[in-house]
Design a protein around this ligand. Structure first.
Ligand SMILES: [Zn+2]
Length: 428
């Protein structure tokens, strides 16, 4: 009898629920706790809350509970079903576990703490649960966090894509640039990926958007134009993304020139890839001389490098007019450089110039998002931050859907099962 009371307290049971019996099996190191409820007693419909008489019971269901003195502890009960006029025959909610969960609430809480402290594999060992189960617990934690999240206005958004694996798979991240928080993660980088986010906002939230920093990526532009009023003045193509085009151009020039020089037996450009990609003031000191010597040789790569460095100055102006003038000079120089990759990059930037110059009204950059990406390892206490932490640990896993499962299946045999457990995360 005392054991019965003990477990009633442990599970925080209140009327009409009580512990019917406790079976301890020392040889199996296992405790089984069977619960029952007083009857006849009405239960609320899980959907609308209307009190209804019990229609029937499910077969006995089990939930894993916190171990009792090292003994695996399972809670069992037959869950009442009610027949609601509006919602049909439904299982009622039980006070010790969440809907569809295979664990009691105290166990889930503990599991989340463990998952925060370690990686998934470690957690599965410590908690003696499977991959699927660990992911299920995290998925529920994230969706709870999402539901709990207040509908606040986010004035300055950063939209970023993140590639997974070797660039075959993407997801879209929406960040609050002022708070430095991740607001939304969607699969892929299509127009629909971002539209999903906009559709989740209230009218007030949509009206409150003042600036959206993003890459020059047509699907994102289109999605933003559909949902955000006066998007033309609010979209800011980000400095980091613009510079990425230019860095790529510099690297292409270097590769082509290096190939040509090698053919003549000249290895001068060997091992110089990153030398050219550093921004001038970030170049490690020991490399400065090397770069200076190479620049003295009037290489094509040196010219591309100088163009890249000059383009960076565009964002240093106080006033838009000055930046525009700088751009016109730069554009002339770049398009007359006879460096094909640079010319192509210059033309791309030119096409998007109006929304690059919106920077001077809004002064937003995705630097915060970039920071988020690199610091993605840090698991914050918010459920959202928690999710993002997991993305980083298993870059292939947390974005949802078939594409990821396939990727997982290919990249990490033995982890395919886990991908299956991720499905409830759609719309994270
Ligand atoms: Zn109902």
């Amino acid at each position: 009898m005392q054991t019965v009371q003990f477990f009633r307290r442990l599970l925080g049971l209140t009327s009409p629920w009580s512990v019917q019996r406790v079976t301890v099996a020392p040889e199996k190191k296992r405790v089984d706790v069977t619960l029952t409820h007083r009857r006849p007693v009405p239960f609320p419909c899980p959907e609308c809350g209307v009190a209804l008489p019990v229609y029937d019971h499910t077969a006995s269901r089990s939930w894993r509970h916190l171990d009792t003195g090292g003994f695996l502890t399972l809670v069992h009960a037959c869950v009442p079903r009610v027949r609601c006029l509006f919602h049909g025959t439904r299982q009622v909610l039980v006070p010790w576990a969440l809907e569809h969960a295979r664990f009691t609430i105290p166990f889930e809480r503990w599991a989340i703490d463990v998952l925060r402290e370690t990686d998934v594999l470690g957690a599965t060992r410590l908690l003696r649960i499977s991959w699927d189960e660990a992911w299920g617990i995290m998925a529920r934690a994230v969706s709870r966090g999402q539901r709990a999240k207040q509908k606040r206005v986010i004035a300055r958004l950063g939209i970023d894509e993140k590639g997974i694996g070797k660039g075959h798979c993407y997801f879209t991240m929406v960040n609050d640039l002022d708070r430095g928080t991740v607001e939304y993660v969607a699969e892929d980088r299509k127009q629909e990926s971002l539209e999903q986010y906009y559709r989740s906002l209230s009218e007030e939230q949509l009206a409150g958007i003042q600036a959206v920093a993003m890459d020059m990526w047509d699907p994102y532009i289109a999605a933003t134009k559909v949902h955000v009023a006066e998007a033309g003045q609010k979209i800011v193509f980000d400095r980091y993304h613009v510079m990425r085009y230019m860095l790529k151009a510099v690297d292409e020039v270097r590769k082509a020139e290096h190939r040509a020089l090698l053919a003549e037996g000249n290895r001068i450009l060997s091992g110089t890839k990153y030398l050219w990609l550093y921004s001038e003031e970030n170049l490690p000191e020991p490399l400065e001389e090397w770069l200076a010597a190479l620049r003295g040789l009037h290489l094509k790569t040196g010219r591309a490098w100088a163009l890249k460095e000059s383009l960076r100055d565009l964002w240093s102006y106080q006033r838009r007019g000055w930046a525009e003038r700088h751009w016109r000079h730069w554009y002339f120089w770049a398009t007359h450089s006879r460096l094909m990759p640079v010319i192509a990059a210059a033309k791309t930037v030119q096409r998007h110039l109006p929304n690059i110059l919106t920077y001077f009204e809004h002064r937003v950059t995705n630097a915060a998002s970039e920071g988020l990406n690199s610091k993605i390892e840090a698991i914050k206490k918010t459920p959202m931050g928690f999710a993002i932490g997991i993305i980083s640990r298993w870059p292939f896993t947390f974005t949802v859907g078939a594409s990821i499962s396939t990727l997982l299946g290919r990249k990490a045999e033995g982890r395919t099962k886990m991908a299956g457990a991720l499905m409830p995360l759609q719309g994270l």
